[in-house]
Design a protein around this ligand. Structure first.
Ligand SMILES: Nc1ncnc2c1ncn2[C@@H]1O[C@H](COP(=O)(O)OP(=O)(O)O)[C@@H](O)[C@H]1O
Ligand SMILES: [Mg+2]
Length: 356
């Protein structure tokens, strides 16, 4: 196995972050001994074979190309050339990248790939489905309810439901989004209708969740089900009302990252145990970042979400947490590729057995 297609960019709001992640992954994949073939997906969904990853999105527009099957193998074809691909490393966040769609395309091609499979990716991208699986597995989470058919939802009815259950403040979130896009903290009835209308621009299913005073703790996990490597626990100290899109990507002082959260060892172990259990519950493979909330007053711990394609820039939590645990960027990248290959081999064996 030699050539790794590094697929980045994409149609989501995290397009630019993906380009920066890809520039770092290009280094680590090459350092791990593979030939890296960068493939940029434009905001419109066109694929371009790049000579190198360019960190600026607009510089990534060479050589339109497509992946296809030919003579029993997968090739990347463009007007200029045809190159064999042995493995795909997708680092496309959000819609049509992190939600199982791209993973399904690789499955159809029979191409091994990095990270979680179709079902895990899809479930973890949809907050309502992910929360339902957490509930079945008794994983602690903040109280919430789902608003279906958000566009026609009546805010008065939702207000009544909030009053009689979780109370204000609430967080309104589109189920199928990320990067805090469309996420609103609502403190009372007046702001509710506007928040619902905005969140409904992104999805017809919304989560309405109890807003709590929380510390935000994150952990990195990697490996194939059910044998996972786990990092220490990091903390994000947010300097805004909450960890909004602006705090994440626009304001350089929006948040401070700490690779070692100042918490008791027993709590760290509890977070590691819960993270492994939750990742197994969604049958995670490959790699992920798992985010927790710790209630500032009661000390109660809640699992917030599993990110199946976390940021992979040199300053992102995922690579940094593993580096702090003694597994540097090229080493974790090499393992992720090996796990992806092993997972694909296992699935091929199972499929062959089912045909026999
Ligand atoms: N229930 C909650 N209580 C307090 N803060 C919350 C709650 N839900 C979300 N937040 C804040 O909003 C941010 C984004 O929410 P999150 O569910 O992680 O969405 P995304 O998938 O877009 O990252 C969190 O990092 C946190 O700062
Ligand atoms: Mg989040």
């Amino acid at each position: 196995m030699k050539t790794v297609a590094l697929i980045y960019g994409g149609e989501s709001g995290e397009h630019d972050v993906s380009c920066v992640s890809a520039a770092y992954l290009e280094e680590t994949i090459t350092a791990a001994g593979y030939t890296t073939i960068p493939i940029y997906i434009s905001r419109k969904g066109e694929w371009h074979r790049q000579p190198r990853v360019a960190k600026i999105a607009s510089d990534n527009r060479h050589n339109p190309s497509s992946l296809l099957q030919k003579d029993g193998r997968v090739v990347l074809r463009s007007a200029e050339e045809e190159v064999g691909i042995d493995f795909a490393f997708p680092i496309v966040h959000g819609t049509a990248g992190e939600d199982g769609a791209l993973q399904g395309f690789f499955e159809v091609l029979g191409l091994p790939y990095a990270g979680s499979g179709v079902a895990t990716s899809a479930v973890c991208m949809d907050k309502a489905l992910m929360r339902a699986l957490f509930a079945v597995n008794k994983i602690p989470q903040v109280e919430y309810f789902v608003i279906a058919d958000a566009e026609s939802a009546e805010s008065e009815k939702i207000h009544a439901r909030i009053e009689s259950s979780i109370g204000y403040p609430v967080f309104i979130k589109p189920c199928n989004m990320g990067s805090s896009v469309g996420v609103h903290k609502v403190s009372g009835r007046e702001a509710l209708a506007k928040a619902i209308a905005d969140a409904a621009r992104f999805d017809d299913h919304l989560l309405c969740e109890q807003g709590l005073p929380v510390r935000e703790l994150e952990i990195a996990i990697a490996g194939n089900f059910p044998d996972y490597l786990i990092s220490g626990v990091g903390e994000i100290k947010v300097n805004h009302e909450f960890y909004s899109y602006e705090a994440k990507y626009i304001d350089p002082n929006g948040a401070d990252l700490f690779l070692e959260a100042p918490i008791e060892p027993a709590l760290r172990e509890e977070i590691q145990r819960l993270a492994k259990g939750a990742y197994a519950a969604v049958r995670g493979d490959g790699f992920a970042r798992i985010d927790f909330f710790l209630h500032k007053e009661t000390g109660k711990l809640f699992l917030n979400e599993i990110n199946t394609l976390p940021g992979f820039t040199p300053i992102s939590m995922f690579p940094q947490l593993f580096k702090a645990a003694g597994v540097d960027g090229p080493a974790i990248t090499r393992k992720i590729i090996e796990w992806g290959k092993a997972r694909c081999d296992r699935l091929k064996r199972l499929r062959a057995a089912s045909r026999a």
